[in-house]
Structures are given as C-alpha cells and as structure tokens.
Design a binder for this molecule. Structure first.
Ligand SMILES: CC(C)(COP(=O)(O)OP(=O)(O)OC[C@H]1O[C@@H](n2cnc3c(N)ncnc32)[C@H](O)[C@@H]1OP(=O)(O)O)[C@@H](O)C(=O)NCCC(=O)NCCS
Length: 437
C-alpha cells in the first residue's frame, strides 16, 4: 500500500454514549471523496462493547486507494478514472496494470507487461491431466477454482520467490485464460488449443475457446472489442463479497493463488457473480412460459415466493449501476454488428421497463445491475451459459490481485477476525450418552 492510502485525516470526533453510562470519543476519518467513517477500532478495548452489522452494510473493513464507488450517484472509478472513459478507450491489459500498480502504464511498461503475460500463458504440461479427472458434469467454476489453487503446486508462490509478486500476478492473469478455455474444451470433448502470442489478450482467449486444429481461426474484432469491454467493466468493485474474501484469506498471509481461488469460489454464488448465468436462465424460462414479463414481476414482489428478478438490485447502487448503462448500449451494438436477433434481448428490455415503473422496485431502488445485460453479450459471442461466471472471474482477477497487493503492502494490516454477539446456550453440563433422552 502506498503511504497515501492510509488516511489519517481526522475531522471532529464523534461521541458515543452507552446505556451503562460510559461514553467514548471516536475519531471520524474522512476519505479523499469526503466520505466519513467513525473509527471504532478502540471501542471494545475501552468500553467492552462491539458493533453489530450483519452483512457489513455500514462497515468499512479497510482503507483502499483502488476503486471509488458512489452508489447514490452511480459513480465508479478505478484509481480515479471514470469507468465510462476506461470502457470507451482502454484495453483490459492496461486496466489490469492500472488496478495492480496504481497508474496507467507508459508504452515501455505496457510492452513489458504484455510480454510477461505472453510468456506465462502456457500451463505446466502435467496440469493438463487434471482436466481429465473432472466429471463431464463439473461446473467450470469448480474446475477453475481447483486449478487456480493447484497452480501453487507448480509455481513458486512465495512473494519473494523467483520473480516475486510481479511474476505471480502475470502468471495468474495469463494462465486463467488458458485454464478457462481448457476447461471448456474438456467439457465439449475437443482438443486443447495452445495460446498464440501474436494475438491480443482477448483474441488469444477466443482462439483457445473456439479454434479447432482442422481449421484456421481469426478472432472477430467485434467479439474482441465486446469481450475487452466486459472484462474492464468487471475488473474491480471495491469491497464486494469475493474481494472481501480475497482480503480475508490474504490477511492470514495465504498465498496469492490460495486467496484468488477463495475469491473465485465466493464469486460463484447466484447473489454475486453467479447472477449472470441466472439472468439468462430466468429470461429463457420467461420466454418458454409465453413471454409475459408482468407475471414474473408479480412473482418477484410476492413475499411468499423465493423468486427474485435476477440481475436486479445491488447492495450499493441505489440509483443506477453505471456498468449496466454501458453494457446495455454495447448489447444493442454488438448484436446488430454481428447480425444477431436474440428474442431474449427484447424480453430483457420489456422486463426492465416493467420493473422500472413498478412501485415495488422504485421504492426499493432496484435497478438492473451489471449482470442483467452482460449474459446477452456473452451468449451472442458464443460463450456457453455455464461459463458466464468464469468470464466474470477473468474480469475481476486484476481487482483481486490489486486488493491483495494493497493489503500485503500495508504494514498495519491485521488478520481479519470479526466478533459476534453470542445467542446460544449459557453454560450447561455434559450429559453422558446413556443418560440422554
Ligand atoms: C444484489 C442483492 C443480493 C443485494 O441484496 P441486499 O443489498 O442485501 O438487499 P436485500 O436483499 O435486503 O433487498 C432489499 C429489498 O429489496 C428486495 N429485493 C432485492 N433484490 C430483489 C430482486 N432482485 N427481486 C425482487 N426483490 C428484490 C428484497 O426482497 C427486500 O425487500 P423488503 O425490503 O421488502 O424485504 C439483491 O438485490 C439480489 O438478490 N439481487 C438479485 C441477484 C443479483 O442480481 N445479484 C448480482 C449483484 S451484482
């Protein structure tokens, strides 16, 4: 962490009066975007009280200089640069560098970084045998997380090992593409296609996914551009569930590979990265059911039903998700450039329109999130539905790596160890087996 990341700007103290008569002054920290935080780090030591915040909706777990997000205003910036500018102008590889190293690379730095990625695209040949041990039904996220954890068995994971952090970061960013593509090839019974250094990051991935030895393969520039955009939009999102997981695991000084494997598993859940797969499945269900979106909006509002509109709502965005706005525009563009008419896109638009004028969704500030339209683009470019969350992991990887580095570079970081409010039995005696009812 650079010196500037940990801020010690303290405005007026807050005073907390407790029911037992104690009171404590708590420093108020101000972030660089003027957001305020009450620093409670001395609260338990000085008063014996802790705070309770299930889901951490009000709790800052760290100070970070990587991503700024304002959910009320729909702002997202990586290292200060608005997501809209990066989406329009940057390459995913530049964004990886930006998130990990804190600045956009100059030409020399970019070339060196790209060379490093090319150099590390291959997998250790022995790792190929792993793919054949998974069942044909294995979800690609199960394969990806296991394979990323396995990398530590093949490559020195010590941050001070050969090449250290820089090499491990490059290995991960490069090899995750190869792992993802190989797991797909395994699932459809096609031979693995090795990486090609002459292609862009996204072009290389598309080739490993879709080329076959019998034919030449040229990545479609429209597809490369779309993929580049989607990966950038997913690249970081401050302290979300998977990133918080990466930091938590890293705080025990687990290796980069172990921490990222944990992040991949956290991302898998349908309330997080798994939502993009669920959106398409939901839209397919609506289509097969006759396409009446109002029926599903009604079901999402029914508290007796567990059905939710997938791709709607967000813990922090309460106005709009700026990534969803960019993706929605790209969706129309990509599909029309590729000459694809997808009835699912029309259904998605109808569903969005119906929900946005419904009081239930308006009152709760539930808007389409990044996953609502991303699946439609992935589908158009040929990515199978069960690989959608893998694509999210590819995009989120540089964010996880940057956050891992920031934590490790912070000499003041401590192991993550939340407290709890215990609600179980008070002391009871052990009952011998023969005496139990
Ligand atoms: C993203 C998400 C997990 C955020 O959860 P959260 O911040 O904990 O918000 P809550 O689950 O407390 O929801 C607040 C209210 O909105 C409702 N709600 C939230 N998302 C909803 C959805 N997608 N469909 C229907 N109702 C929803 C909840 O039922 C709750 O209603 P209540 O106040 O009457 O009890 C949640 O909106 C969700 O499950 N969305 C669908 C999954 C998804 O798209 N995830 C990807 C996120 S990028």
């Amino acid at each position: 962490m650079s010196q500037s990341t940990v801020r010690e700007i303290v405005s007026n103290n807050a005073v907390l009066h407790l029911p037992d008569g104690q009171s404590i002054e708590l420093p108020v920290i101000t972030g660089s975007e003027n957001e305020k935080a009450v620093d409670i780090s001395k609260l338990r030591a000085q008063t014996g009280h802790i705070t309770l915040d299930p889901g951490y909706g009000n709790t800052g777990s760290c100070q970070s200089g990587i991503t700024f997000l304002n959910g009320e205003k729909g702002i997202l910036r990586y290292r200060g640069i608005p997501i809209e500018q990066l989406a329009a102008k940057a390459s995913f590889v530049e964004v990886c560098y930006l998130l990990i190293y804190g600045k956009l690379p100059n030409q020399q730095e970019l070339t060196a970084f790209e060379d490093n990625l090319n150099h590390h695209a291959l997998l250790h040949e022995d790792m190929k045998t792993f793919f054949s041990t998974f069942s044909g039904q294995a979800h690609p996220m199960a394969i990806l997380s296991a394979m990323v954890a396995s990398l530590s068995g093949y490559y020195s994971e010590a941050a001070d090992g050969v090449g250290g952090f820089d090499m491990n970061a490059a290995r991960l960013i490069s090899k995750i593409r190869t792992l993802a593509a190989f797991s797909y090839k395994k699932s459809i019974g096609q031979p693995f296609i090795y990486p090609d250094d002459s292609l862009s990051y996204c072009g290389n991935f598309m080739r490993m996914m879709f080329a076959v030895p019998a034919r030449d393969y040229e990545p479609d520039p429209v597809v490369e551009e779309a993929l580049n955009l989607l990966l950038i939009l997913h690249a970081d999102h401050e302290q979300n569930c998977s990133t918080a997981t990466v930091r938590t695991v890293a705080s025990s000084h687990a290796s980069l590979y172990a921490s990222i494997a944990a992040g991949i598993l956290a991302l898998w859940g349908p309330l997080h990265g798994g939502a993009n797969q669920k959106v398409i499945e939901m839209l397919e269900t609506i289509r097969k059911d006759g396409g009446d979106v109002s029926k599903f909006v009604k079901m999402a509002k029914d508290k007796n039903s567990s059905f939710r509109l997938m791709g709607f709502g967000h813990r922090v965005y309460k106005n709009f998700d700026p990534r969803a706005t960019v993706i929605k525009g790209a969706c129309d563009k990509v599909l029309s450039k590729m000459g694809i008419e997808d009835p699912i896109l029309d259904l998605a638009k109808q569903l969005e329109a119906a929900a946005l004028e419904d009081d239930y969704f308006v009152e709760r500030k539930l808007y389409p999130n990044v996953d609502f339209y991303s699946g439609i683009i992935y589908r158009a470019i040929g990515i199978p539905v069960n690989m959608f969350t893998v694509m999210f992991a590819l995009g989120r990887l540089p964010g996880w790596i940057g956050q891992w580095k920031e934590l490790m570079d912070d000499p003041t970081h401590r192991i993550t160890r939340p407290r709890q409010v215990y609600t179980g039995n008070t002391e009871v005696n052990y009952v011998p087996l023969a005496d139990r009812k």
